[in-house]
Design a protein around this ligand. Structure first.
Ligand code: HEC
Length: 162
């Protein structure tokens, strides 16, 4: 290589190294912010454990994300259950979980096998405990506001002004 070419190679290397250090610096800076998990439950330990048994037995995570986990082998675009209690109340959830045809309440554009199954066959006690538990799943206000902003900007391409 000629001397001029070495100059270019060294110039580019210095630029890349500088960019990486700047990126690293920014990352360590943002790590200092306190980004806590925005989901929490207000349910008693008793309700939590009873609900967990039903959730597991009925395979809700086959389709839904809950506590940020779900069945990775399935790709059903069901709404996440994390934070659902900030959007729906216990009475609504009980009615929905008891419906013989849930799609009369929340319409679906999915293939029948991916739609939310009727859980009317569960005992009233189990539907009650599920509704109680789901209603207790809350999301922090700042996170909800952030999600609204991101969704709005993604869908409209405009800046979100609250
Ligand atoms: C086969 C996939 C599947 C399974 C299993 C499933 N769901 Fe669903 N669920 C969905 C889909 C998809 C929707 C959105 C409505 C629709 O398309 O039917 C939904 C909607 C819901 C909603 C309403 C959410 C909203 O914001 O409107 C709740 C609550 C819910 N499911 C809870 C549960 C619970 C609790 C279980 C387990 C007992 C469960 N689901 C099992 C697929 C599923």
């Amino acid at each position: 290589m000629k001397r001029g070419e070495w100059g270019i190679v060294i110039g580019i290397s210095v630029f890349i190294a500088g960019a990486m250090m700047w990126k690293g610096f920014q990352t360590t800076q943002s790590d200092k912010k306190d980004f806590k998990i925005p989901f929490y439950s207000t349910a008693s330990a008793d309700v939590q454990s009873k609900a967990a048994t039903v959730l597991r037995r009925e395979n809700c995570r086959q389709c839904h994300t809950l506590w940020s986990t779900r069945d990775l082998l399935q790709a059903v675009p069901a709404p996440p259950l994390d934070g659902i209690g900030s959007l729906k109340d216990e009475a609504w959830l009980f009615t929905y979980l008891s419906a013989a045809r849930p799609q009369d309440i929340v319409p679906s554009r999915l293939k029948p096998e991916y739609r939310h199954p009727s859980l009317a066959y569960l005992s009233a006690t189990e539907r009650r405990v599920l509704a109680q538990y789901l209603a207790s799943l809350k999301v922090e206000d700042w996170y909800l506001a952030e999600v609204k902003k991101v969704e709005y900007e993604k869908l409209t391409g405009k800046d979100y002004v609250p």
